[in-house]
Design a protein around this ligand. Structure first.
Ligand code: ATP
Ligand code: MG
Length: 252
């Protein structure tokens, strides 16, 4: 039986050097949700994601993914993750785009980790979703920032994850690529029931595609559907009425 609560966060608190940056967060993400995670710089979005993924240890509370505490989770191959900042590669970094994307498959495989025909096809499919099939054999370091970003998005998608967590994936993308990326994501969510958590400052797009909004600033300011958000007066105090207007205007 597939679990329908994909992420469950309870009383979560995180500190860096004894300074609290997340305080008492409690929320759930259900299968098929597309959650836009927003909040100002330094509000704790990336920290929250790292805590959900078990990349840092909470000082209070817990996070479960697929119904299991993150410390005992084994289904890593069901999660696609794109961190906020990928180091930029020096031009001589010795990996091709195809090799970088195939790393997204490694967690599914046991040794030997050589790519088979099926793996190659999966990698090519992911590259084509991002319209960079023609870059498969180029060195990653030779590509532009936006092309590299597309390769890393492809890596997060290549395993057909059930949960996709993307931390500001569109920052380096040109407008056309951004639009097509959002429509790929939309399709995966609607047709493939992939659960999506998307961190973004692109509030216009988040209102257009996400089904839920999680707004944090050290604690949860708002979590709910867009309709609730748009009907909620107090939200304009936190968000500014113009930002609220942009989100709600675009939402359909
Ligand atoms: N490794 C770290 N050590 C100490 N403090 C940190 C560390 N990482 C983040 N912080 C602090 O924690 C707070 C939350 O940072 P976080 O990166 O989660 O914010 P964010 O919402 O993702 O911001 P942005 O929109 O700029 O990406 C900030 O005050 C930041 O300075
Ligand atoms: Mg961040």
């Amino acid at each position: 039986m597939p679990v329908d609560t994909i992420v469950s966060v309870r009383g979560l608190g995180v500190e860096y050097n004894f300074i609290e940056v997340l305080s008492d967060l409690t929320f759930e993400v259900q299968r098929g949700d597309y959650v836009g995670l927003v909040g100002p710089n330094g509000s704790g979005k990336s920290t929250l994601i790292k805590a959900i993924l078990g990349l840092l240890r909470p000082s209070r509370g817990s996070a479960e993914v697929f119904g299991k505490n993150i410390s005992v989770l084994k289904e890593w191959d069901k999660i696609g993750y794109l961190p906020q900042r990928i180091q930029s590669f020096n031009p001589h970094f010795p990996s091709t785009v195809e090799e970088i994307v195939s790393l997204g498959l490694v967690s599914k495989k046991s040794f030997p980790r050589r790519m088979g025909t099926k793996d190659r096809a999966a990698v090519l499919r992911a590259l084509e979703m991002l319209n960079i099939g023609d870059l498969a054999h180029r060195l990653i370091g030779e590509l532009s920032g936006g092309q590299q970003q597309r390769a890393f998005i492809a890596r997060a998608l290549v395993n057909d994850p059930e949960l996709l967590i993307l931390d500001e994936p569109t920052a380096a993308l040109d407008p056309e690529t951004r639009e097509s990326f959002f429509s790929v994501l939309h399709r995966l969510n609607r047709e493939g029931s992939v659960t999506v958590i998307l961190v973004t400052h692109d509030i216009g797009s988040v209102g257009e595609y996400a089904t839920k909004l999680l707004y944090i600033d050290k604690k949860i300011i708002f979590y709910g559907s867009f309709d609730e958000f748009c009907l909620s007066d107090p939200m304009s105090r936190f968000f500014g009425s113009s930002a609220q207007h942009i989100i709600c205007h675009k939402h359909h």
